[in-house]
Ligand binder design. Sequence first.
Ligand code: 48H
Length: 260
Amino acid sequence: MSNIMEETISGAIVRSFFKKLEDHLSVDVGIVGAGPSGLVAARYLADAGLKVAVFESKLAPGGGTWGGGMLFNEAVVQDDAVAILNDFNISTKDLGNGYHTFDTVELASGLIFGARKAGAVIFNTVCVEDICVREGVVNGLVINWNPVRRLDMHVDPLVITTRAVLDGTGHPSEIVHKAVDKAGLHVDSPSGGIMGERPMWMEDGERTTVINTKRLFPGLYASGMAANNVQGGFRMGPIFGGMFKSGKKVAELILADLRA
Ligand code: 48H
């Protein structure tokens, strides 16, 4: 009996995936982490015509957006960040006091869909385990399958070359840790290293997330909770305006630098 359909389906997937991977071995922007700040950045950067690849270690992109507050799948955004959600066609409910609620499943799926439809490619189940630094510039990401890391398999990685790297890994700021601890880079923070996230203070955390979003070293940027961890910012719980605005700001910074 012929296996023609089986061969067609498997062949289509393999050829299509490897074309996607080959087309993104060299990108303008490599984003590590498909949380809210990374996905917002991916969308605006791709909209501007840059080649963007997002590497997400989990099977489902979205980072900390799915679970809302304590698994109640609603979260909150302030007036001044609603325009970003409008760009993604994500609905919000106005509470009339400067805050809006939204459904976090709609948020996660809307951000993923928006980034992808703008042209950013998301490689899920792929973790970034190291960076490349050449002549004073961060210029690459070292990738491997997350199950390889989880199973502690001794398998060498592959490399994606980049013009800009965004650490959107959230609380652990994994990529800036590689830059500081392993590459010995002195980043743009009060200590030149990672200050460490501070405890819950919603107001200050939200106020400083955007300020903390910056270029840390030539070719290296951080957004969202990664930026807060590097600069010693406070956490803020399930309010997301700072994350969205951080993603938009870092996209603008990267665009300005790459076009200079
Ligand atoms: C590939 C990786 C790697 C790696 C991690 O945490 P995130 O949602 O990121 P942000 O900063 O955009 O949003 C933070 C927000 O979700 C949050 O946690 C808030 C507001 N907390 C407040 C509080 O008080 O706690 O997403 C980061 C993503 C995740 O999906 C990780 O799986 C992924 O990055 N990731 N992907 N390679 N080395 N490390």
